[in-house]
Write a protein of this length. Structure first.
Length: 64
């Protein structure tokens, strides 16, 4: 897969630590986990013909 587009995401220390731990446990890169999460999100969004239900009002930094 050739990447043509980049995305920068700022994570809290806790989020970065959790992502690094999961990547290490799963023996994949943090980038792979990010791409996978985005692909899953896009698939779910495609299945939903209406607006994507995002919990924007209840989101606080680092907690979804």
């Amino acid at each position: 897969m050739t990447s043509k587009h980049r995305l920068t995401v700022n994570l809290s220390d806790e989020e970065a630590d959790a992502l690094a731990m999961l990547a290490g446990k799963s023996k994949v890169s943090k980038a792979w986990l990010g791409r996978h999460a985005i692909c899953v999100f896009l698939e779910r969004a495609q299945d939903n013909s209406d607006q994507i239900p995002l919990p924007l009002e209840s989101v606080t930094r680092g907690k979804l």
